[in-house]
Design a protein around this ligand. Structure first.
Ligand SMILES: [Zn+2]
Length: 681
């Protein structure tokens, strides 16, 4: 890359003779008269080939020239030499300058291409860096997920957040064996206890205002134990006057209604659960209690100094140092931090501080993790899950396939942290008693509710021709299972139906299945429609069905458009039909390889989708397709039921079920009646 001016300069210099011939200089030398011209003319006349010499100024004939001419010639020649030397120097300087310019230009060009390369490398490096960073982030997330006990597979399977009704919470609890309840500041705030976080929690020491997060550390306590002691005594003063609310009491009642046992875990330090009557043996106050103190293992000379609190043989010793906190003094200045009666070293509040770790003997962290591993349902009440163990509990519950229900006054389904959970919006002091009341009614049902008499089957035309079950469809798989189960008295339809009839005749007519359950959380329909949808019993269904056209299908397994099991027929079956979330009251969902509904005399419902074809021709075609997939009539029965849809009202729908065929006692029953919430292994 050579610029034009350098090219021109180079050319000009190349064309400039380095040594100008003397003759030319002489002829050009006008300043010195016509001497040169005269000399040349004289030499030419004698055919002279002798060079004119400045030192031997003589003619070719060897004759001496006149002295004035010699003098002039000498001066001219000297001048010529001088000019020649100057020209040579200038020429060499110019050459050097050109060479330097050329080198500079080459360097510049090289530099520019280097810069280009650097720029191009830089942009590709940036994309490489971004891609590396993303990979690293993904790896970190995976590692975190694994550390928190949830493989990346279960992370991918997190279902979208969903709001459910209180009745459905009761349904889930009624079918659960082991339940863990985790409570946070929300339940205590309904008893008038401030959160002690943010603006309402700051504490002034001298002229400094401290946030609770700054104060609640061991380091701060060790730095100014007297000040922090006064702060805790002030807070205890508030907690002492608070009383448990209906939410606390409902959780006491819940203990007796959970079949496999309830574990209550609280982040609250106010002691209100115990005060309400919760069983101390199943209560874990993982952040401590404000009304208790203990020895400080970090102080030399203390009972617990140097004792490993994670060693089970030390648990009893650690717990033995726990004492009751003295009542707050009337005047703040009268507060004195107590010392241990055994070791004489100052005690500390039995509170887990921000710079401390959980342990088993004081906070029960291991027991809480074990209970969470085993639970079917984790009910989270009034906490944002910002601290370590509680958020870890949620991750463990996810990884184990437990149903997670979160209750709070504010529900934000768009929040990333809401995913994978069912949400109930409400005050715990109001919602928990209603849930417990509903659960109590459900508990009056036997563990396996009597089967219901499927009704409406008269509507089904048996004249339709049926093809063979599709390859790989549940029909084929169930055919094998069904053959294997033959002769099992529990799965005998005749016996089951007879039992159902006996039960039905004894039933109070007001106890209708699904009267409350299955009510969608978004109540955008009229209360009239709600009542109509809720008050249809299985018996009513036959009456309604006799003269009304069937509108579509109630699907709950692999026929659901949102099913994620990858069945080959899901998409083609759902194509062309409108779908809506729907509930089938008076039914339970069992899994025996594939999902199967049993119609039962139960308050519970099954959650699925209502699919509506656009024409009666499509309905007929889809019916044939569904019959083939479900293996009707050999494997699944088909009936017509009223189902409640989320958008409002109730619809008559075909329902494939295995009432009386499923061995319910040996099947997995899905707690919330929702196939997509099943535990997957
Ligand atoms: Zn001590």
């Amino acid at each position: 890359m050579e610029c034009l001016s350098i090219q021109m300069a180079t050319k000009a210099i190349a064309e400039t003779p380095v040594r100008t011939p003397l003759t030319q200089i002489l002829s050009d030398e006008n300043a010195e008269g016509n001497f040169g011209e005269a000399l040349q003319t004289s030499c030419k006349q004698h055919h002279c080939s002798t060079n004119v010499s400045a030192t031997q100024p003589q003619s070719c004939l060897g004759q001496a020239l006149p002295s004035d001419i010699v003098t002039t010639a000498k001066a001219s020649l000297a001048r010529c030499e001088d000019l020649r030397s100057q020209a040579t120097k200038a020429s060499e300087g110019a050459k050097k300058a050109v060479a330097e310019a050329k080198a500079a230009a080459t360097n510049l060009s090289h530099t520019i291409s280097t810069i280009d390369a650097v720029i191009s490398d830089a942009s590709s490096f940036e994309s490489q860096w971004l891609s590396f960073k993303k990979k690293f982030d993904d790896l970190t997330k995976m590692a975190c997920a694994k550390l928190q006990g949830m493989g990346d597979a279960s992370a991918e399977r997190k279902r979208p957040a969903e709001v459910i009704s209180e009745e459905r919470v009761a349904q889930v609890l009624s079918r659960a064996s082991k339940v863990v309840v985790l409570t946070g500041a929300g339940i205590s705030s309904e008893s008038g206890i401030p959160t002690f976080r943010g603006a309402d929690g700051f504490w002034t020491v001298g002229s400094e205002n401290y946030q609770p997060q700054e104060l609640a550390t061991w380091e701060k306590f060790n730095e100014m134990p007297g000040e922090l002691w006064r702060w805790y005594q002030y807070r205890w003063g508030i907690c002492r006057t608070a009383h448990p609310n209906d939410g606390h009491r409902a959780l006491v009642d819940l203990e007796d209604l959970v079949q496999g046992g309830l574990t209550l875990v609280t982040q609250n330090i106010d002691g209100l659960h115990l005060q309400a009557g919760s069983d101390r043996r199943r209560l874990y106050e993982i952040h401590g209690r404000i009304d208790e103190m203990r020895c400080d293992e970090r102080l030399e000379g203390a009972c617990l100094h140097g004792v490993d609190l994670n060693d089970a043989t030390n648990f009893a010793k650690a717990r033995a140092t726990i004492t009751q906190t003295p009542a707050p003094a009337k005047e703040e200045t009268d507060e004195h931090l107590p010392c241990c009666s055994v070791c004489g070293v100052r005690q500390r509040p039995k509170i887990l501080w921000f710079d401390e770790c959980y342990n088993e003997p004081i906070y029960g962290s291991r027991s809480v993790q074990d209970a969470t591993q085993e639970c079917d349902v984790l009910l989270v009440v009034g906490t944002q899950l910002t601290t370590g163990l509680p958020s870890n509990m949620v991750n463990v519950a996810f990884s184990k396939g437990a149903t997670i229900i979160k209750m709070d006054t504010i529900v934000d389904l768009s929040d990333e942290k809401s995913a994978g959970m069912l949400h109930v919006q409400g005050k715990s002091g109001e919602a928990l008693p209603r849930i417990v009341s509903e659960l109590r009614k459900m508990r009056q049902e036997p563990a396996l509710a009597p089967l219901a008499e499927p009704s409406g089957t008269v509507l089904v035309s048996k004249s339709l021709s049926h093809g063979a079950p599709l390859a790989g469809s549940p029909a084929l798989s169930l055919r094998r299972k069904s053959l294997a189960a033959e002769g099992d008295p529990i799965s005998s339809p005749v016996e089951a139906r007879s039992a159902a009839r006996t039960f039905a005749s004894k039933r109070n007519s007001s106890a209708r299945p699904g009267a409350i359950l299955g009510t969608p959380p978004t109540r955008n329909r009229s209360s009239g429609a709600l009542k109509a949808a809720a008050s249809v019993s299985l018996k009513d269904c036959a009456t309604v069905g006799a003269g009304s056209p069937v509108e579509g299908f109630f699907v709950y397994g692999t026929l659901r458009p949102d099913d994620d099991s990858g069945a080959s027929w899901t998409k083609s079956f759902c194509e062309g039909m409108e779908s809506d979330i729907a509930f089938l009251p008076g039914a339970s969902l069992y899994v025996e390889g594939y999902p199967a509904v049993s119609l039962e005399q139960t308050r519970c419902s099954v959650r699925g989708c209502f699919l509506q074809p656009s024409s009666s021709d499509m309905l007929a075609a889809k019916l044939l397709e569904a019959d083939r997939i479900e293996g009707y009539p050999d494997l699944y029965d088909r009936t017509v039921m009223l189902v409640n849809t989320l958008s409002g009202g109730s619809r008559l729908a075909y329902v494939y079920h295995r009432t009386g065929r499923t061995d319910r006692a040996n099947c997995v029953r899905i707690a919330d009646g929702d196939w997509l919430s099943r535990k997957r292994g």
